[in-house]
Unconditional design. Structure first.
Length: 424
């Protein structure tokens, strides 16, 4: 009996660790089987604490004490903000493991070979194709390289006019047009489908942006048909499986979640994943290359403001919905959802790999770029100045533009189409 009473004293001592808390009500209780001889009495020891003493406690019986106190004395621990549903974090853990295993199985890119100076571009590759092999996509600079290639072949005339470019169709011979790359032939038809003269302006307004993006999409389509599977692989099947698993897991967890308000959990989860993946993709394939181009040219940052505003708006809505989910369900659920989203956006680009043939072409392009930087750059820089029609339509000019070798006229032409959609 002394041992049992000693355990009761220890339990009650824990309740009295803070003298500021005063017991308002108390109930005695002993677990069954209850015996008539079992008693619990309150003992006032004069020290300001509440003490109970139990006697005649039989084996297999235990003591319990219910205490109430004024609100505000007990606060939730700062380490318990995530609640008791930390198991939700297993979902992003499994997704990370899936991508890690896929990344290890795919292996690294082929190692670069020896770079030897080349005086000509790789056989059969236009300037747009060379840029596609390097960047795995097409953008405003690709479009500028195609225009320069068409001007070099005598298919059109380029006339700068106050920051704009007037393009006029020239009567070139059939032999010259036959030598054009497929993407160059298609752009030549598209440019002059409504007349023999067209004016291209910086892509600041919606109309110009849509028009220039249409040209870039056409170039990308032609290049992808010929080169995508030859030079690199994206492992799209692995990424699609990861995204599908993300949606299935997140929606199932949202449907079974318990919280103060789970009515909008399914809608918020679907919207966050869809908008987040779309916004992240646009940021990666369009906004980052545009920032790079603006950095290289030193101008064009104002043209990025609409894109920055759009990305900020979508990001703000996503953050707002995550906060609402944290209020209605739990902070853990919001963290789980945001982590799933980030894992897909981070791992997706890491799975892209060069093929051996793509690595070989890159080595050849590097040798040709070395020649352009050492020999052709200064000559073209002196001949072709900003704001004037190019005096030297050298066959290397489109490649200078495509490979971002600094040359004023080509840089300005590329800058004109800075916001033109990037396709990858």
């Amino acid at each position: 009996m002394r041992q049992t009473a000693g355990l009761a004293g220890v339990g009650l001592a824990v309740l009295c660790f803070c003298s500021a808390i005063r017991a308002d009500t108390a109930q005695r209780g002993v677990s069954s089987p209850r015996r008539t001889e079992t008693e619990m009495e309150r003992v006032d020891d004069g020290g300001g604490t509440v003490t109970y003493r139990a006697t005649h406690v039989a084996p297999r019986q235990s003591l319990s004490l219910a205490v109430t106190w004024p609100a505000g004395f007990v606060h939730a621990s700062k380490f318990s903000l995530m609640g008791g549903d930390k198991r939700l974090l297993a979902a992003p853990g499994l997704l990370f493991l899936f991508y890690l295993v896929a990344w290890l199985r795919i292996g690294p890119d082929p190692k670069p070979g020896t770079v030897v100076t080349r005086y000509e571009p790789p056989d059969g590759l236009s300037a747009a194709a060379v840029r596609y092999a390097v960047t795995t996509g097409s953008d405003g600079r690709t479009f500028a390289a195609v225009i320069a290639a068409l001007a070099t072949r005598g298919c059109l005339r380029v006339e700068p006019q106050d920051g704009k470019y007037k393009l006029s169709r020239l009567m070139s011979d059939r032999a010259a047009e036959a030598k054009l790359a497929p993407e160059e032939k298609r752009i030549l038809r598209m440019l002059f489908e409504d007349g023999a003269v067209i004016e291209l302006t910086p892509a600041m307004d919606e109309r110009n942006n849509a028009q220039n993006t249409r040209y870039v999409a056409a170039i990308q389509q032609e290049l992808s048909k010929r080169l995508a599977s030859l030079y690199f692989t994206r492992h799209a099947g692995v990424i699609a499986l990861g995204v599908l698993a993300t949606f299935v897991a997140a929606l199932w967890l949202a449907a079974t979640a318990q919280g103060r308000d789970s009515s909008g959990a399914m809608f918020f989860t679907m919207w966050i994943l869809f908008a987040g993946l779309t916004t992240g993709l646009l940021f990666e394939v369009s906004f980052l290359p545009a920032c790079k181009m603006a950095t290289l040219s030193g101008t064009g940052w104002l043209r990025l403001l609409p894109g920055i505003a759009a990305l900020a708006a979508f990001a703000s809505v996503i953050v707002y919905m995550l906060l609402e989910l944290a209020k209605g369900l739990s902070l853990t659920f919001s963290i789980m959802l945001a982590t799933l989203l980030l894992l897909n956006l981070i791992w997706g680009p890491q799975l892209k790999r060069r093929t051996p043939q793509g690595r070989q072409i890159l080595d050849q392009i590097a040798g040709f770029q070395l020649f352009l930087e050492k020999v052709e750059k200064d000559r073209l820089e002196r001949l072709n100045s900003v704001g004037e029609a190019p005096e030297m339509l050298d066959e290397h000019l489109p490649y200078v533009i495509a490979l971002e070798v600094r040359e004023a006229w080509g840089d300005h032409l590329a800058q004109t189409f800075l916001i033109a959609g990037v396709m990858r």
